[in-house]
Design a protein around this ligand. Structure first.
Ligand code: FES
Ligand code: FES
Length: 230
C-alpha cells in the first residue's frame, strides 16, 4: 500500500496510474499545506468551546430555575418558638439541639426521659401533631410550628389521664423510667386503635422498651384504658 502524503487518491508514477490509500501526516508538504478555514482540530476546539458554552448555559439556567437555598443556620444560637402542651415557649438554641434536650434542659419538661438518646428505647416519646415520636431524634428547630404534647400535658390538673390511671391499676411499672414514654405511646396508639386486641397491643407498642420487663402489666393497662375511653 502506498503512502499518499496526506492526500489519498489517484497518483501517476513513471507513467503508471495508481491509488494510494494511506495518508502520512509526517510529510513536510502536508504539514506546510495551507489549512482550510475550518480544520478538524479547529472544529474540535470549536465544539469544545461551544460545548462549554452550551454547558454553561444549561448550568446557568438550571441554577436560575432552582429554588433559593435556605439560609444556613448556626453554629451559634438561633431564636425559636415551641408550642408545648398548648403553651408557646420562646428560646435561643443551637441548631444541633434535640427536642428532648430542649424540653429537659432548657424548659424543665422532664417527663420525657433520656435513656438511649438514639431512637431505640422510646423513653423520650412525645406527641408531635398527635403522632408519637422520639424526641431524642428530632431537632428542636424542626419542631417549630408543630403541636408538641408531653406526658405533663396529658392529665387535666390533678385528674389523671385514663392511660395513667390504668397503669396505676395494673401495677404497670417497676422503676418507672420507661413509664412516661409508654404512657404517651399508648395514648397515640389508642387514638388510632380504639379497640385493640392483645396481639395488636403487643405489636403496637414495639417501639418502647422496658428494662424491668413489665410488659404484661403494661399490655393489661392498655386494654383497660381502651375500655375506659369508650
Ligand atoms: S432516649 Fe429517645 S429513643 Fe431512647
Ligand atoms: S419499669 Fe423500669 S424500665 Fe420499665
Amino acid at each position: 500500500m502506498r503512502e499518499c502524503h496526506g492526500i489519498p487518491g489517484e497518483f501517476t508514477l513513471e507513467g503508471r496510474k495508481g491509488w494510494c490509500l494511506v495518508s502520512s501526516e509526517k510529510h513536510t508538504d502536508v504539514q506546510k499545506r495551507p489549512q482550510a478555514g475550518f480544520s478538524r482540530r479547529g472544529f474540535i476546539r470549536g465544539v469544545g468551546l461551544g460545548g462549554g458554552a452550551v454547558g454553561a448555559t444549561i448550568f446557568q439556567s438550571t441554577a436560575e430555575a432552582a429554588p433559593p437555598a435556605p439560609a444556613a443556620l448556626g453554629p451559634g444560637e438561633v431564636a425559636i418558638t415551641l408550642s408545648i402542651n398548648g403553651k408557646e415557649h420562646k428560646l435561643n438554641v443551637e441548631p444541633r439541639l434535640t427536642l428532648l434536650d430542649a424540653l429537659r434542659e432548657r424548659l424543665n419538661y422532664t417527663g420525657a426521659k433520656k435513656v438511649c438518646d438514639r431512637g431505640t428505647c422510646g423513653a423520650c416519646t412525645v406527641l408531635l401533631d398527635g403522632k408519637a415520636v422520639y424526641a431524642c431524634s428530632i431537632l428542636a428547630i424542626d419542631a417549630q410550628g408543630r403541636n408538641i404534647q408531653t406526658v405533663e400535658g396529658l392529665s387535666q390538673g390533678s385528674e389523671l389521664h385514663p392511660v395513667m390511671r390504668a397503669f396505676v391499676n395494673n401495677d404497670a411499672q417497676q422503676c418507672g423510667y420507661c413509664t412516661p414514654g409508654f404512657v404517651v405511646a399508648v395514648k397515640a396508639f389508642l387514638d388510632e386503635n380504639p379497640k385493640p386486641t392483645y396481639e395488636q397491643v403487643k405489636d403496637g407498642l414495639g417501639g418502647n422498651l422496658c428494662r424491668c420487663g413489665t410488659y404484661v402489666g403494661i399490655r393489661k393497662a392498655v386494654l383497660e384504658a381502651a375500655q375506659a375511653r369508650r
